[in-house]
Design a protein around this ligand. Structure first.
Ligand SMILES: [Zn+2]
Length: 209
């Protein structure tokens, strides 16, 4: 916890406030169509079956999946989202997981940039090394498993869709993972808190004496 607070106080993510899941809902931070940014500290439980790789737009910050209909007459892809033209789609990650923070949890998604930082391996590298899908899958699964042992300060964009099939759906997209510890740290913190009063009392006595 100290690590997180010192990072924030020293300026990293200084403009982004720390929240709990309950506070985000209470203040309606994720209730608007326009995404709002906030930080939550917690662990993650990844839905491995829905954490996939796909062929997407070649632009680094565009997450659109490519379709055959995106190919123009010049054999280049034209992305309808970012309007960029490219020859080769890029393999990208999309990771589906629950954020666990305190006693609350919330489903969230991370796209390629954040997922690459989380897993430590660019998906293109994974594809190159493990061209055989039978090899790729267990390694990808292992990487996802490893990520679940971390505790993170997550930068999140929350919004609520106001149109179509997804109307009312609260979308949380994690744009950045900052590893601040391990998932088992929670247990240790609780143990320390139990012992806390004894230590503090001892300290005060010393000062007073
Ligand atoms: Zn694009």
């Amino acid at each position: 916890m100290d690590g997180v607070h010192s990072l924030i106080s020293t300026g990293l993510n200084a403009s982004i406030k720390m929240y709990t899941i309950a506070k985000v809902y209470a203040e309606g931070l994720n209730a608007q169509p326009r995404a709002q940014t906030f930080c939550i500290e917690g662990t993650i439980v990844i839905d491995k079956a829905n954490s996939v790789t796909y062929l997407g737009c070649a632009m680094p910050h565009c997450n659109r999946k490519v379709h055959d209909s995106d190919i123009g007459t010049n054999m280049h892809y034209l992305c309808p989202t970012c309007k960029q033209s490219f020859m080769m789609p890029m393999p990208k990650y999309c990771i589906c997981f629950q954020i666990v923070s305190g006693n609350d949890h919330k489903w969230a998604t991370a796209f390629n940039t954040a997922s690459t930082a989380l897993l430590g391996v660019p998906v293109a590298t994974m594809m190159d090394i493990f061209a055989d899908n039978n090899m790729y899958k267990p390694v990808h699964s292992y990487n996802l498993q490893q990520a679940m042992y971390g505790k993170y300060l997550m930068t999140i964009q929350g919004s609520t869709c106001n149109t179509s099939f997804w109307k009312g759906h609260r979308s949380w997209i994690v744009t950045e993972f900052l590893k601040v510890g391990h998932s088992h740290d929670n247990v240790r913190e609780e143990e320390e808190q139990d012992e806390g009063p004894d230590v503090e009392e001892g300290g005060e006595d010393e000062v007073m004496a």
